[in-house]
Design a protein around this ligand. Structure first.
Ligand SMILES: Cc1cc2nc3c(=O)[nH]c(=O)nc-3n(C[C@H](O)[C@H](O)[C@H](O)COP(=O)(O)OP(=O)(O)OC[C@H]3O[C@@H](n4cnc5c(N)ncnc54)[C@H](O)[C@@H]3O)c2cc1C
Length: 407
């Protein structure tokens, strides 16, 4: 009988287990997850779950009974330590091993520690896991703290918004001039800088953090020669991919584990999905990796089906969403093409109700809607169709987006 083994406890692992079961009602399926929790998704950890407005049900993919009913064995609190691809065996941290016929690596990433002195002081937090969110949430929900967020990427800015909404005094220190600049460019970064400023967050860009100060607990952060008082520090300085297992399997690695569009690695019967996987994208004709929830969901699904004998293709346009204060956004696009593309705005940028398009030559390669809804299908159609667009029409709210797709 086939034995599908899935290593990981996040969205990619969960999606793979679910689709594998849909495709094959007989296969033995085992999920090996290092964290003590069942399979869960991370987006609420910097939003509702951190704020305390969403409970564990918003984070968990399914409850334990669901996996039992599906005949999916979930072994939590157990790390996989190595893969012997020749013997089709996965070594486990308890000294045992399991054999597989198909193996998925969905090991994701670990929050990067702050690379400055003082990062180990009490009160310095990272935000990647349920345990991280529980510890941080407990402090933030008391309110009245001086919170310094280091890093102005997505996690830093979402955590800053949540911390502020919980009644804390919040300062963001970012290395780039504008928040989210690496993802969105300086002009769109300014939209988020203004949003935070309007809600009382101090955002300082272009600063390098030198050290965190305190004796046992944090008391301040020194950046650009200036000290900012702090009771709590949130380090949102990126994540390190967990590639160790893929290396022991002998999988080819570039920017992540290189997989084909069906999510197969270079090693027979070993697959990869989620944050660690750089999948060959049929439209771009190159490998593409994105640390997005939707990519983990879709890629995990493709891998799960493939392991159960129904290989598919991951041809999605990367999609991301964020919620900060009263701003909701959705973004679809190919990051490598958006970098350096021209920005075209439809709607009221100042009122934070608009769509921004990234246009490369005269083709749309990315689109972000802010507080405008039900336009993602049209944005994705525009990108996928590759039609030449008239920039004036793109910027004109009176021209239906669906008309532009006709070229
Ligand atoms: C706070 C936060 C907020 C986010 N918000 C958004 C958002 O709003 N929108 C969005 O699109 N994306 C968001 N993301 C990104 C998104 O959550 C990730 O892209 C997604 O979690 C990737 O899923 P994954 O399954 O690949 O990896 P992960 O979710 O990292 O899961 C991997 C799991 O594998 C386990 N593991 C690792 N090594 C081993 C091993 N050797 N043995 C056993 N288990 C192992 C890990 O413990 C972990 O639980 C957010 C991420 C974070 C941290």
């Amino acid at each position: 009988m086939s034995h599908i083994v899935i290593v990981g406890g996040g969205q990619a692992a969960g999606a793979a287990a679910e689709t594998a079961r849909e495709q094959d009602s007989d296969a033995e399926i085992t999920v090996v997850a290092r964290e003590p929790h069942g399979l869960y998704q991370r987006p609420p950890l910097s939003k509702g779950y951190l704020a305390g407005s969403d409970g564990p049900g918003a984070v968990r993919l399914h409850d334990a009974d669901w996996y039992a009913d599906q005949g999916i064995a979930v072994r939590t609190g157990l790390a996989a330590t190595e893969v012997d691809a020749g013997a089709r065996r996965v070594g486990l941290a308890d000294g045992t091993a399991i054999t597989y016929t198909q193996l998925l690596l969905a090991t994701g990433a670990t929050a990067r520690a702050l690379p400055v002195p003082g990062s180990g002081l009490e009160g310095v937090h990272t935000l990647r896991t349920i345990d991280d969110a529980d510890a941080l949430g407990q402090t933030l929900r008391a309110g009245g703290k001086r919170v310094v967020v280091i890093g102005s990427g997505w996690i830093g800015m979402e955590a800053a918004a949540t911390a502020r909404q919980l009644g804390n005094d919040v300062t963001v220190l970012g290395r780039a001039a504008q928040p989210l600049e690496a993802a969105l460019g300086a002009r769109m970064g300014q939209v988020f800088a203004r949003l935070h400023a309007d809600h009382g967050v101090t955002v300082r860009g272009g600063v390098a953090v030198e050290r965190v100060e305190g004796s046992s607990s944090v008391t301040g952060v020194v950046a650009g020669g200036e000290r900012v008082d702090a009771d709590v520090v949130i380090a949102g300085v990126g994540a390190e991919l967990d590639l160790g297992l893929a290396r022991t399997a002998g999988a080819r690695i570039g920017d992540g584990v290189l997989v084909d569009a069906a999510m197969r690695t270079s090693v027979p019967d070993v697959w990869a999905a989620g944050d660690i996987a750089a999948a060959y994208h049929p439209m771009l004709q190159r490998h593409l990796r994105s640390e997005h929830w939707a990519t983990a969901l879709a890629g995990g699904g493709v891998a799960g089906a493939g392991m159960a004998g129904a290989p598919g293709r991951l041809a999605d346009i990367p999609f991301f969403f964020s919620d900060q204060f009263d701003l909701g956004m959705e973004l679809s696009g190919f990051a490598p093409l958006m970098d350096g593309a021209r920005l075209v705005v439809r709607g009221d940028e100042h009122a934070r109700e608009f769509i921004a398009f990234w246009v490369d030559g005269d083709r749309v390669v990315g689109g972000m809607n802010i507080n405008v809804w039900d336009v993602q299908d049209d944005i994705q159609s525009l990108i996928r169709s590759g039609v030449r667009v008239d920039v004036a029409a793109l910027a004109d709210p009176d021209v239906a987006l669906s008309d532009l797709t006709q070229g």
